[in-house]
Design a protein. Structure first.
Length: 182
């Protein structure tokens, strides 16, 4: 079984675009989320060590196909790119699963950190939406759950069309957990 998994991982690494091959080769496949976006691939190392419930939720939604075709609906230059409300695209979408309780940690928000978005009414209202920070954002520390970090493809995140809301937004074409890649 381990040998088959190693062969599948090797096949994925060699078939992946050159810019993400090193990140995939060093990844824990069970906690690696790959976003195929309209700007190129983005590889995220999920931080199940600091936010296990949130990591499990992102993996479940990726496996459900919930993030496929999801737009980057709120993208603020120098701050963050937000996505994850399914194909709604207006920032108000939720999944069929219940909201999550916060899992704040000591991990600071800096460039490439992935955080869970939430409703303004409660720190325990994260559901499916997430954002990727473009720069250090210390004002988010202790206010939002850190769920992961971009390990490859931040240059593609930088290319995502900006706006609030974004007109004709870039999208996640497909999202998957690396361990599930066939």
């Amino acid at each position: 079984m381990i040998r088959i998994f190693a062969m599948l991982l090797a096949a994925l690494v060699f078939a992946a675009p050159a810019q993400i091959q090193p990140a995939l080769a060093q990844s824990d496949p069970q906690n690696t989320l790959v976003l195929e976006t309209t700007k190129g691939p983005v590889v995220i190392r999920l931080r199940a060590d600091v936010a296990p419930q949130h990591a499990a939720r992102l993996k479940q939604l990726a496996r459900d196909g919930f993030y496929d075709n999801a737009p980057f609906h709120r993208v603020i230059a120098g701050f963050m790119a937000q996505t994850g409300d399914g194909d709604r695209g207006d920032g108000r979408g939720k999944s069929k699963y219940p909201d999550l309780k916060q899992e704040f940690s000591q991990v600071p928000f800096r460039r490439g950190i992935v955080g869970m978005a939430r409703g303004g009414h409660s720190v325990d209202s994260a559901n499916c939406q997430f954002f990727i920070t473009y720069a250090d954002a210390p004002h988010l520390n202790g206010q939002y759950t850190v769920i992961g970090e971009v390990v490859s493809g931040m240059d593609n995140v930088d290319k995502i069309k900006k706006g609030e809301p974004v007109q004709n937004p870039d999208r996640i074409v497909r999202a998957f957990v690396l361990a599930d890649k066939k």
